[in-house]
Design a binder for this molecule. Structure first.
Ligand code: MN
Length: 305
């Protein structure tokens, strides 16, 4: 049996969607395949995507099985049941292990710097001339994967191949409003689990004297609803420290909405990012936390030059 699998601890929508879609493609080609994983599904796999008929298989692996690893090429995250010598293919978009797998698997190692593995799977359907046979639900899974991993095509890693693949899926299922549908459902989860969501993506780091040590980030679709929960957000952030900032990336308008604990931080951020706002700073286009950190480090150097 061919067993498709992903990282051992968490699966995101890219690994999940790609594994299901690749399994279905292999089946269409007459190759028996299973998708096996014991990992926890993260928030990017929304309830409506979990509830379609395609999901993880209940299958006990055995020593005759061959493995395909998706969205991962770092051995230290492979599930324990995978025997490295039984791996027949790897498809990934994280850098670092290209040479190792290329030496071992040749053309069956596809590690490319592209927005999502889902994009490569869409291309595989096309190469097999089976894209029109793709099920609607499978197409939706892959669309969600591309949207999530490219942050609605704003992430640096995004390529034209990701856009082309997404547009083909959109046309295939005639569904042109999926971006807002998918991200709104992700946002709903964040709103309902605000404390956990903030806690899952908070950094405690002394980067420079410009930035507070506690730096949170949330990626959402539309900031409006979240701003209604500002008191709760303040309360959650204050529970970490009295010096903090929170970068809320709103994908719909590609802007960062930055909350802060006091006016000193506000003034330093206004100067650093060249942005303004009354109760909340607004920066367009949006900046990722790592970009804000890089800017703070660079500005510190400038001052001492
Ligand atoms: Mn991925």
């Amino acid at each position: 049996m061919i067993v498709i699998t992903v990282g051992k601890s968490y699966i995101d929508i890219d690994g999940y969607a790609s594994s299901i879609a690749y399994r279905e493609l292999l089946k269409m080609k007459g190759i028996e395949a299973k998708f096996v994983s014991n990992a926890t599904l993260n928030y990017s796999i929304t309830d409506s995507l979990k509830n379609i008929s395609y999901t993880i298989d209940n299958y006990a692996v055995n020593s005759n099985d061959k493995y395909i690893i998706l969205d991962l090429s770092d051995k230290s995250y492979f599930p324990e049941f995978v025997d490295e010598n039984s791996i027949v293919e790897i498809i990934d978009h994280h850098p670092g292990f290209e040479e190792y797998w290329n030496n071992k698997l040749g053309n069956n190692s596809i590690i490319e710097l592209i927005g999502s593995v889902a994009t490569i799977i869409v291309e595989k359907y096309e190469q097999a001339l089976l894209l029109d046979k793709m099920d609607k639900d499978v197409a939706k899974l892959l669309m969600a994967a591309i949207l999530d991993n490219t942050l609605n095509f704003t992430a640096n890693i995004t390529t034209d191949r990701d856009r082309v693949a997404y547009n083909k899926l959109e046309a295939l299922i005639n569904e042109y409003d999926y971006t807002s549908e998918y991200f709104s459902e992700c946002q709903k989860y964040i709103e309902d689990n605000l404390k956990e969501s903030i806690g899952n993506d908070i950094k405690f780091q002394e980067v420079s004297e410009i930035l507070p040590k506690v730096f949170g980030q949330l990626t959402i679709w539309n900031v409006e609803k979240l701003l209604e929960k500002r008191d709760l957000i303040n309360q959650i952030m204050n529970s970490y420290s009295n010096e903090w900032m929170l970068n809320i990336i709103s994908l719909k308008d590609n802007s960062s909405y930055i909350m802060y604990s006091n006016d000193d931080i506000k003034n330093r951020l206004k100067e650093l990012l060249n942005c303004d706002g009354n109760d909340i700073l607004i920066k367009t286009p949006a900046m990722l936390r790592k970009e804000i950190m890089r800017k703070a480090l660079a500005s510190k150097k400038e001052k001492y030059l």
